[in-house]
Design a protein around this ligand. Sequence first.
Ligand code: CP
Length: 314
Amino acid sequence: MSNAIKKVASKMTFPHKDFLGIDALTTGDIQTVLDLAEYYVTQNRRKSQTNALLKGLVLVNLFLENSTRTRLSFEMAAKRLGAEVVNMTAEGSSLKKGESFTDTLRAINAMLPDILVIRHSEEKSAQHAADILDCPVINGGDGTREHPTQALLDALTLRRHFGKLEGLSIAICGDILHSRVAHSNADLLTKMGAQVRLIGPPELLPSAPHTSTDMDSGLKGMDAVMVLRIQKERLQKKLSFTEDEYFNAYGLTAARLKNANTNAVVLHPGPMNRGVEIDASVADDPKLSLITTQVEMGVAVRMACLDLLTRHKR
Ligand code: CP
């Protein structure tokens, strides 16, 4: 960071011990994270990508559910800020010997980490961690409930593309019922003045306002289309349709995207199932797809979160 940027960034405040969900954030908090993340986008694109802001601090990356993007980007974010990172997964841990989640958290707390990121398949697991840990806790995805840093990186991606969030119309399509990404995004985007429409088959839609079960008519008037995979690991019962039937009715193809506004863009949090919820020609078209940008923004947003939540240490 240049000295001028450092001066502005140092004045940004985030009055929370933990970051567990979008529901606890004000529009000002969201703005702060996005503005600070902008600085880190610039840093990450420079030749020299690192600084020593978090030198001497240790991040514990506790991933008890699979992840590629979230886990790696938190690790990269911490390292770009000069912190050490310790990774832990369920495999190879004493959870496999029958140790409880609570005792695992108590053991980690006794090692005095400086910040912890947790991903877990159960709702409220991040809250449980925050209740036990003395250090700040960031929710990296808890069951179907919240994935707040994903919503922030999506918001940053959209704000950079459109120059604003307010007034945008955004469709979130697919398995809304089981998606923490949908929940956090709907909450954040609505708070920031965007209109959100949820589109999906009846069995994967919650009873909520602004829903549609028809993809073609549902996309009308949309500026951006966020496509989600079916969360097979969270389904309670067998779906009434095959993957081919789903693709025919809800898969995002270039032809189907024409129902949305001219110049509408496409997002997907990943991992993608090409040929199920999205056609490869859409996902890979740089004129339509912001999917790679989302991943890049993920590192910057997570750097901003780590920076803001560790300020009491510096
Ligand atoms: N978007 C997201 O959370 O991806 P990962 O599961 O790969 O972390």
